[in-house]
Ligand binder design. Sequence first.
Ligand code: NAD
Length: 439
Amino acid sequence: MKITVIGSGYVGLVTGTCLAETGYNVCCLDVDPRKIEILQSGGIPIFEPGLEDMVKRNVAAGRLHFTTDVAESVAFGEVQFIAVGTPPDEDGSADLQYVLAAARNIARHMTDYRVVVDKSTVPVGTADKVRAAIADELAQRGADLPFSVVSNPEFLKEGAAIDDFMRPDRVVIGVDDERGAEIMRRLYKPFQRNHERVLLMDVRSAELTKYAANAMLATRISFMNELANLAETMGADIEQVRLGMGSDPRIGYHFLYPGVGYGGSCFPKDVKALVQTAKENGHTLRVLTAVEEANEVQKLRLVEKVVSRFGEDLSGRRFALWGLAFKPNTDDMREAPSRVIAEELTRRGATIAAFDPVAAHEAQRVMTGIAGIDFVDGMMKALQGADALLIVTEWKMFRAPDFDAIKQCLKQPLIFDGRNMYDPAWLREQGFDYHAIGR
Ligand code: NAD
């Protein structure tokens, strides 16, 4: 089976590469010539563990190639995955211009049957819009060609994307016609060798499933963040509470970590988009509206703690920031809480020495507007002469640092930990003034 993937970002590149890994012939398209140049010269434009080697292996085997040529990519695959961005529009709804542009490109160049698969996260009803766009383009060409439109939302997590794609918990396929369903079932066969993981459903349910899953996860995070703030006031330890809650199998341990709020390219935009979809259809999603509000507040939680220690005016203060990416194992800076924290600290007059083992380069690009932030290339370097250490992303390398060295580098032994990485009692014994979330 020959497959085209449109959009070679986090989702498209992982999808294309993992499909090639199982033996399919894959063509990845992108409109960004810089990305395609990097890919064609043996590199990858993003950081994702294990991806670079897998790309190289499949390119060398002749199963994977990259292009900016739309006509070539449409001619190549019977199956055309659309994996382009769906950023939030001004009102929070998903901006579908890239998805619909990709669909129209397919229709302009196709000469026989195509399965058009929406892999991007798109609101309920998008498959109908994609179908209409393709039909319109075909009509303009005077062409009468068969095609299927399928919804196949992606559930991979950045940082563990390859494993998620190669061994998925489930593959959701929304399809309304048998020809498309048969091809999609066959396409995903290699990914479910020990048991059936494909959930076939109608298109609208598939589209809503993706938003429902992300909204649920975001809800768990905001719920825990609000409880953490209460625990702190009440003299309880949210980490103990978390263990007590999670041990109930109806609740489980996943996604109960309090912190500095969720970020990334998915939760913030998907929560907003679902709230907006509901609004447009006469519903108010009260719980999700609150989830988003709580998240905005939480992003400033660490700054509030800094302010209550140093006062409103932070002029002349310097802070070390460990971690910039929205979560570990990625260089993705979209909606990262570190951006809000850095903006607020510098707005109050502080300067920052920031360190991230992977995302520093991307952070430097997206944080150019923030004056007073230096990007340093070592975690201990960031501490030199700083008034305190702030931990924003829970990279593994921060789990067991040399606390004696930290003490020597900082002006005073003061840590604001936005990820609850350390044992408060032990740190206090070591002479640290330690502030975490909800304990
Ligand atoms: P991304 O920004 O990393 O990649 C999108 C790519 O599409 C870009 O390289 C862009 O240049 C390209 N593009 C845009 N228009 C194009 C066109 N007409 N033809 C060809 N290429 C085009 O985005 P992403 O993180 O990969 O997300 C893609 C979609 O998948 C989004 O809808 C997102 O919500 C969803 N998703 C993302 C994740 C994640 O963890 N990143 C997980 C699940 C789902």
